[in-house]
Each structure stands twice: as structure tokens, then as C-alpha cells.
Ligand binder design. Sequence first.
Ligand code: 1GP
Length: 291
Amino acid sequence: MYAVQRPQPLEGNQVQEVRLRRAEVEIEGATRMKVEERLKRAIARDGAAHLTLIDPAKQAPRVAAQIASDVASAGSDGIMVGGSTLAGGSLLDRTVVEIKKAIKLPVILFPASEAGVSRHADAIFFMSMLNSRDPYFITGAQKRGAPLVKQFKLETLPMAYLLVEPGQAVGRVGKADLLPRAKPELAAAYALTAQYLGMRFVYLEAGSGAPIPVPTNMVRAVRKATQATLIVGGGIKTPKAAGERVKAGADIIVTGTIVEHAKDRVAKIREIVKAIKLGRGAWRRKCKRNL
Ligand code: 1GP
């Protein structure tokens, strides 16, 4: 016969120790809230959020950290790091590390290829350019990067990356069949495809430095078609352009190029953030009217 090993009752000080450990784990959990949850909370609290894109190839890591610190003080909700094919390796790592030293906002990777994965970030937009003609940009780079994402235990934010005219450099490099500006229904069909594939984020991208941002009627059509968290970026340079896209239904606005000019960075981002947060109030009022 085997003697059943019963757990021994804990002594008073052991009970205390277990309680303390439990409390520590809870605190740790609270401080390490998932990035997706943080974004959702910002959207729920303010109506919409703002993310700043920093391309490691465009400045030294220390300068990137200064930009991050400036936009954090201006009210931005997080930093995206990546964007160009040169943004990889040790330059990417050093940039993420410096940014994380400077701010407490979430740092999310925005990779152009498998080279854009860094162990130091908080999360990664695990993205697929659904309207590319080249399978590399749909599942190829992802397949190469996925084992690293797992190894680094990065939080994944599954995202459809949809390139809209004019598309700029990323449209050309990504061999995108650009979504025509006059075809909002096509964007909506892609966004719905993304949702049915299980992606929780949809990014309508006009391309960095685009002379005109994604049209508002396209944002509206995608908003109407899906429940995905809707991100809009590319060529957004003014509070008006940002606010209009939030009014049309965007949950997150991304700006990149405007933070490169140090002179008025803080004031510019502050104005854009203000327009974003006000914009959603108008969007909600409109929804209520239409109920
Ligand atoms: C790039 O849309 C972003 O993905 C940023 O674009 O540089 O034009 O702000 P801008």
C-alpha cells in the first residue's frame, strides 16, 4: 500500500509569505498590463488614441528617445518603431532600448520585414499586407519572423495592413495593388476579410509622407463594415485632418513625419491629440443620433 502524501498545513509565517507572493504577482500583472488592453482603455477613455511612428533609420537612438519623450509629454498614447527596410538589427534594438528608458508608454514594433523584430519591445503589430501582389508581404516575412516573436515572448497584435493610393514608398516596396481612393467598398471588403480571418486591427495606410491622407468616406465605410480597431495613417499633418478621420470612425491616428521637425514638435502633437480626442465626441454624438 502507498501512503497518500497529504499537503502539510502551513505555519503562520508561511501563510503570510504566500499572501505576500500572491500580492506581488497581482501588482506585477497590473503594472504589466497588455498593450492591446492599454490601447483599448485609451480609446474607451478618450474616444480615440494617437500613436507616433519613429523610424530607427532616420535618427540616432538618443534622438529617437528625445522624440518619444516629447510626444509623450504632448499626449501621444504609444510609440511605433519601424517602417523602413533599414530599421533592423542593432540599430533597431538600440532605438527601442533608448526609447524605453525615456518613457513609460508602450513601444510597439511596426516591421517592414522579419528584420524588424526586437526582443526589447512591448508588442508587435503582427501584420499582413493583404493587398500585396507578393506573397512575401502577406505571409512570407511573417513566417520567417514568427519563431523570433515566440522566442522573445512578444505580445502580438494581429493586423491587416491595407495600402491606399498614393501608397508612397511602402506601396512600391510592398508591391501593393493600391486601394483606389474612389473605392471605399473595396477597403471595407478587405477589412471584413481581415476580421473574419481573426485580425483585431485594420490599418488604412496612405504611405508615409503622402500628399493626401486616406479619404474620410473610406474610413467611414470600413468603420461601418467591421468592429476591428481601426488605425489610419499616412500624410496626416494637421489637427483638422486627424479630427476628421476620427469623426469618420478611426480609433487610432498615426503620425510620423511631423515629429521629425524638432522646432514645434510638442505643440504640433498636442494640437493633433486634442483634435483626436474631441473628434470622437462628435462621432459618438452622430452615432446616437442615427440610433
Ligand atoms: C506610416 O502612416 C504612417 O505608416 C506615418 O505617415 O509619416 O505621413 O505621418 P506620416
